[in-house]
Design a protein around this ligand. Structure first.
Ligand SMILES: [Zn+2]
Ligand SMILES: [Zn+2]
Length: 270
């Protein structure tokens, strides 16, 4: 009887407020807080295959596995300032759409799911339990326009799902000191110049000797995470880990292929 009433109420609600999946546009059968259909949610898949053991980049060449384990050409040449970066899935398809729904269309319930995916990414990372969680800060102006910092919201969702965790959130220790141009379309070298000096540690005593976990929604080439890690390490952090919900792998694919190829040139997308 109770469930019949509930079903009737749900149908009435869907009649009054018909809702479509915000990713594929198909009609939603059940009312859900997150307006995304089951088939779209089923498309969310973790990264698989061979990944660089430092930056988590997908490796496509058998040349990438050497004595030191799976390493991409870039990490082999120069280790990043972070010890290890991990991501839940590839920044494409339903995962990309879900992040956009949250970030640009402010579909708040998507944040909780992104927090859950972040938790999956963090699982298995060789990281101490009492880590300091630091979301990548946004430039103040950008945060005002967007209304929130997606990295911080995802970190908070993660912690809400793990109320007994001893992970400590710190949203003020890392600050953005200037606005940076969009990284889209820049080469890796241009990206590095673009973010150089864009972050600072507000209080070195908060990070001195600590293990830090940088959190963001997407990692593209890792230059932003690398720069955050560099300033945190310089301020005395013992080690820095990076976790993101998604990882852009397309560009990486080209870089790995180029690095392993006869010319050995490293190019970002031009
Ligand atoms: Zn859908
Ligand atoms: Zn790497």
């Amino acid at each position: 009887m109770k469930s019949a009433v509930k079903t009737a109420a749900t149908s009435l609600f869907s009649l009054l407020f018909p809702s479509d999946c915000r990713i594929c546009g198909s009609s939603l059968i059940h009312f859900a807080r997150l307006p995304v259909c089951e088939p779209c949610l089923a498309q969310l898949r973790p990264l698989d295959g061979l990944l660089c053991r430092i930056c988590g980049e997908k490796l496509f060449s058998s040349h990438a596995v050497g004595m030191e384990g799976p390493l991409c050409g870039l990490c082999r040449r120069a280790e990043p300032a972070f010890r290890c970066a991990t991501a839940y899935g590839a920044y494409e398809g339903a995962l990309r759409e879900l992040i956009h729904l949250f970030k640009y269309e402010r579909v708040q319930p998507a944040g909780l799911l992104l927090g859950r995916l972040l938790a999956q990414a963090v699982q298995g990372m060789p990281m101490p339990e009492h880590v300091l969680m630091v979301p990548v800060p946004l430039w103040a102006g950008r945060q005002r326009d967007r209304g929130f910092n997606q990295a911080e919201a995802i970190a908070r969702a993660f912690l809400r799902l793990h109320p007994h965790s001893i992970i400590q959130l710190d949203t003020s220790v890392l600050v953005r000191t200037r606005e940076t141009a969009s990284q889209t379309g820049l080469t890796r070298r241009q990206r590095r110049v673009n973010v150089r000096g864009a972050f600072a540690v507000a209080s070195a005593s908060h990070v001195k000797g600590r293990s830090v976990l940088i959190v963001d929604d997407v990692m593209t080439t890792g230059t932003t995470a690398g720069e955050c890690a560099r300033v945190l390490r310089r301020a005395g952090a013992k080690e820095v880990f990076v976790a993101t919900v998604a990882r852009a792998t397309k560009e990486v694919e080209r870089i790995t292929v180029n690095a392993a190829g006869a010319h050995g040139g490293i190019r970002g997308h031009a």
